[in-house]
Design a protein. Structure first.
Length: 408
């Protein structure tokens, strides 16, 4: 078996947004890092796209935020709708936070673009080595370091480092090889995501860039992203009934019927992307096992309602990079990595998991009395500036950061 000749103090598995942000942060601190990605090139997928104010603020010291601001869509408000009555239930205006948030808006910027921009600009920097077509197959650790084995185009290759970080998604190979339990549950239904160039915003004045439509039969999330060209793309996420097959859900006529039911229009929808996927609420039993660490979806997964997953994952990556830098430099003992696990697992459970579970319940509630109670509470919260600000602090994950930082 070939051995890698480059000296990396940290190996990161997974070149998604969490892995690349973590790698960049470590590299900026002078820590040599190698990123291993099983795909042959950056994947252009239609996954997460909402960067919350707290995340933009945390990315700013790396020089990322100012680079991507002109490339994304600035969303200063989000709305909750009642799909049954076609009414707006509540609007939360992030402009209220202009004196508190450095970036009082959400930036709609697809995660693959964030990953691409980091890989293109920094992936060939000194001590920042990104290897595509390197799927990890083996992992072992001793008291002195870790060994990672990857299948490369020219055969298996062995990497040695002080630490390995699993940023390789919900089906994490690193987590599996480290034998870390992934606790939680899987939803019985699946979701379908479609992307269309039809511009909902120009024909429906009730729609903003980020929308949540509650419906006891078929709720919907509707978001706009920049896409590759004007007028951009609108992503619509719907639940799929348990008795509906993937084949039926993906049938072009069924997709057309679903979109026409949501917003009737003349002519067919131009659908540029469609995908069916399952959703889970799971958290790793620990984010650390010896010299193996987890961040992002490798450590926790959740349903997509609220845009918490990628943001919480980037928060993981930056928290870990700061602590790991101190450990590698000899400025702190490795028990600091246990603090990382405690802080970020707490944030995942108390905030990311709790909020996304609550969001889904709000969207799908069937009881008319409970729906009315939920809507009345949302209206009261949004109409009072102080309660609206408290709601937005929590939704933007500022509360989670403050709460986690208090853990020692």
């Amino acid at each position: 078996m070939a051995a890698d000749t480059k000296s990396a103090r940290v190996v990161i598995v997974g070149a998604g947004p969490v892995g690349m942000v973590c790698a960049l942060s470590l590299n900026r601190s002078g820590i040599p890092v190698t990123v291993l990605e099983q795909e042959p090139a950056p994947v252009e997928d239609q996954r997460a796209a909402s960067l919350h104010p707290s995340t933009l603020e945390m990315l700013a010291p790396l020089g990322i935020t100012e680079k991507i601001l002109p490339l994304g869509l600035v969303s200063s408000a989000y709305r909750f709708h009642d799909r049954v009555t076609h009414s707006v239930v509540a609007e939360f205006d992030l402009g209220l936070m202009k004196d508190e948030f450095r970036y009082p808006f959400v930036l709609q910027y697809e995660q693959y673009k964030l990953t691409d921009s980091i890989a293109a600009e920094y992936g060939n920097a000194i001590d920042f080595d990104v290897r595509f077509s390197h799927g990890v197959t083996g992992l072992s650790q001793t008291a002195d370091g870790v060994t990672v084995v990857a299948d490369a185009p020219d055969g298996p290759i062995e990497f040695k480092a002080d630490y390995v970080i699993g940023c390789d998604g919900g089906r994490s190979t690193v987590r599996r090889l480290a034998e870390i339990e992934f606790e939680g549950f899987t939803y019985p239904e699946r979701f379908i995501k479609t992307a269309t160039s039809f511009d909902f915003g120009t024909v429906n004045p009730k729609v903003v860039f980020r929308n949540y439509f509650s419906d006891p039969v078929e709720w919907c999330n509707l978001f706009k992203v920049q896409g590759k060209r004007p007028p951009g793309l609108w992503r619509a996420i719907f639940p799929i009934p348990q008795d509906e097959s993937d084949e039926n859900a993906l049938d072009p006529e069924r997709i057309e019927a679903r979109l026409q039911k949501f917003f009737p229009k003349s002519g067919r929808y131009d659908v540029e992307y469609v995908n069916v996927y399952g959703a889970h609420q799971r958290v790793a039993a620990s984010f650390r096992k010896g010299r193996v660490l987890l961040a992002g979806d490798s450590a926790h997964v959740n349903n997509p309602i609220g845009g918490m997953g990628m943001n919480g994952g980037i928060h993981d990556g930056l928290n870990l990079a700061e602590k790991l830098t101190r450990v590698v430099r000899g400025e702190a003992g490795d028990d600091l990595l246990d603090l990382y696990s405690r802080q970020r697992r707490h944030a995942a459970v108390k905030y990311v998991q709790a909020q996304t579970i609550a969001n889904k319940r709000l969207m799908e509630e069937r009881d008319p009395a409970v729906r009315k109670k939920n809507f009345d509470e949302l209206r009261r919260t949004a109409d009072n500036p102080e309660t609206a600000k408290a709601y937005m602090r929590r939704a933007a994950l500022y509360d989670s950061l403050k709460d986690a930082a208090a853990i020692r």
